[in-house]
Design a protein around this ligand. Structure first.
Ligand code: 9WN
Length: 397
C-alpha cells in the first residue's frame, strides 16, 4: 500500500465522529450530506460495514417530507460552526438539502461487496428522497431540480448564482458571526460578507414562509444531471432485488427536460430563474453536467465536450468556471478552483478521463479542500474527507 493511500485512510479515520465523517476537523464539525456519501465510498475500501453506517446515518436523517438536511448537527461537538442550530432555528439540522448522490453511493458500496438485509429499506428511503425533489423542488413541473438556496447546489458561491442573487437583499435578522473566513489562510478563498448576508437572508425567508422559497429559486442543470444518474442507480439496484420502481421513467423525463435546456451556441445547459421565469447562461462547470446524460445526441455531446476541454480542462482537472472568463478567480471557492468531487463526477459519468490528473494533483498538493487551476496549489481546509475518499476510489479503479 503506498503512502498516500495510508494518509487517505488516516484522514477518514481522524475525521470519524462515532460513525459519521466530518468533512474537515478545522472547518466543518458536523455531518454534511454529499460529503458523507463520498466519504462512504472511501470507507468501502477500509471497512464496508463502516461505509454502510455512513449511508445509513444519512438516510436516517431524512425528514417526514423526504428531505435530507444538508447539515445534520453533531450535538456532541465543542467546535463551533456558523450558521449553526440557532441561525437555522433547528437543533437537528439545516432546512435545505444538497446534491442527491445517495443512490450513487449505495450502488458503489454494493459493487464493493456490501451485503446487508437493510438494502430494501435503504432503497425505499432513497425513492422517497428522489420524490422530494419532484414535489418540493420543481415549481414549474419541468422534471428538473430547482434549488431553494445556493448551498443546495453544493457549489455555494458559484458565479451561476450572481444574477438571481442581485434580487436578494443583504438585510437579515440573523447576526453575521462568521468563523470560516478566519480559519483559512486567506479570507479571499471564501465567499464575501455580502454573499453571506444574502445566504442568511434566504435562510430567514425560508423560516418565515414555512420553507417555501420566495427570494431565491433556481433550476440548476448540475442538480438535475446528478438526480438523473441517481435515478439510474436506484433503478439498477431495485432490479437486482426485484423491487418495482419508476426511477427509470423519472430519469428519462429528466433527460428530455435537460435536452430542452441545451444552448447550441455555447454547448452549455441553461440555468433558469424560477421566480422571474427566465433562462440564463453561466459558463460554469455545472452547466456542462448535461454530459452525464446517457446516449446524448452526437451533435450535443461533441459540442459540450469541445466546450469542456477548451474552457475548463487544466493540468489538474476541471476548473469550476470558464478559464478565460474575466470574472474567473483561481483561488476563490466555487468561482474557479478545481475540486476533487467535480473531477470525480465528470470522470465517472462522462467520457473524459480525469483519473491521472486527479491522482497527480493529490500527490502534488495533498488532501486539500480545493486547488488552484493555475499551479495546482492547495486551498481552503486541510485533510479534507472527500479528497481522501475519492483518492481511494480513483486509485482503485
Ligand atoms: C455550507 C462541507 C461543505 C460542502 C459544500 C461546500 C461547503 C458549507 C460552507 O462545505 O459549504 O454548506 O460552510 O461553506 O461548498 O459543497 O458540502 O464540506
Amino acid at each position: 500500500m503506498n503512502d498516500l493511500t495510508n494518509t487517505a485512510k488516516e484522514i477518514l479515520k481522524n475525521n470519524d465522529r462515532n460513525g459519521i465523517t466530518i468533512p474537515s476537523a478545522s472547518l466543518y464539525p458536523h455531518m454534511w450530506a454529499w460529503d458523507s456519501v463520498f466519504a462512504a465510498m472511501g470507507w468501502a475500501h477500509i471497512d464496508i460495514v463502516r461505509a454502510e453506517n455512513e449511508i445509513s446515518a444519512q438516510l436516517e436523517a431524512m425528514r417526514d417530507n423526504g428531505m435530507i438536511p444538508h447539515i445534520v448537527f453533531n450535538p456532541e461537538t465543542t467546535d463551533d460552526y456558523f450558521p449553526g442550530p440557532k441561525a437555522w432555528g433547528n437543533q437537528f439540522g439545516s432546512l435545505i438539502t444538497q446534491p442527491p448522490i445517495w443512490a450513487i453511493g449505495l450502488e458503489y458500496l454494493l459493487d464493493k461487496g456490501l451485503n446487508s438485509r437493510k438494502i430494501p429499506e435503504y432503497l425505499k428511503k432513497i425513492e422517497k428522497v428522489h420524490l422530494f425533489f419532484k414535489s418540493e423542488r420543481d415549481p414549474e413541473n419541468l422534471n428538473l431540480v430547482a434549488i431553494a438556496h445556493p448551498w443546495e447546489s453544493g457549489m455555494d458561491n458559484s458565479p451561476a448564482w450572481d444574477e438571481p442573487l442581485t434580487q436578494v437583499s443583504t438585510e437579515t435578522n440573523i447576526k453575521l458571526a462568521r468563523l470560516d473566513n478566519k480559519k483559512v489562510s486567506d479570507p479571499k478563498q471564501r465567499p464575501s460578507d455580502a454573499e453571506y448576508r444574502k445566504y442568511l437572508r434566504i435562510v430567514q425567508s425560508l423560516k418565515e414562509n414555512q420553507l417555501k422559497p420566495t427570494e431565491f429559486y433556481v433550476y440548476d442543470p448540475f442538480m438535475s444531471s446528478v438526480l438523473y444518474q441517481s435515478e439510474l442507480s436506484l433503478q439498477r439496484m431495485c432490479k437486482r432485488l426485484n423491487i418495482p420502481s419508476k426511477a427509470y421513467e423519472r430519469a428519462e423525463a429528466i433527460k428530455r427536460a435537460l435536452l430542452k435546456c441545451f444552448d447550441e451556441k455555447t454547448g452549455r445547459f441553461l440555468y433558469r430563474d424560477a421566480l422571474s421565469q427566465k433562462d440564463y447562461l453561466s459558463p460554469t462547470l455545472g452547466s456542462l453536467s448535461g454530459l452525464f446524460l446517457k446516449d446524448l445526441p452526437a451533435g450535443i455531446k461533441a459540442k459540450s465536450e469541445e466546450t469542456l476541454i477548451r474552457d475548463h480542462m487544466t493540468e489538474f482537472g476541471l476548473s469550476t468556471y470558464a478559464k478565460n472568463h474575466p470574472n474567473m478567480d483561481p483561488n476563490c471557492y466555487w468561482r474557479g478552483p478545481v475540486w476533487i468531487n467535480t473531477n470525480f463526477l465528470f470522470h465517472y459519468f462522462s467520457n473524459v478521463d480525469l483519473r491521472n490528473k486527479t491522482l497527480g494533483l493529490l500527490s502534488q498538493s495533498g488532501f486539500r479542500e480545493y486547488f488552484s487551476p493555475e499551479d495546482g496549489s492547495g486551498l481552503g481546509s486541510f485533510d479534507f474527507s472527500w479528497s481522501a475518499a475519492l483518492y481511494m476510489v480513483l486509485s482503485k479503479s
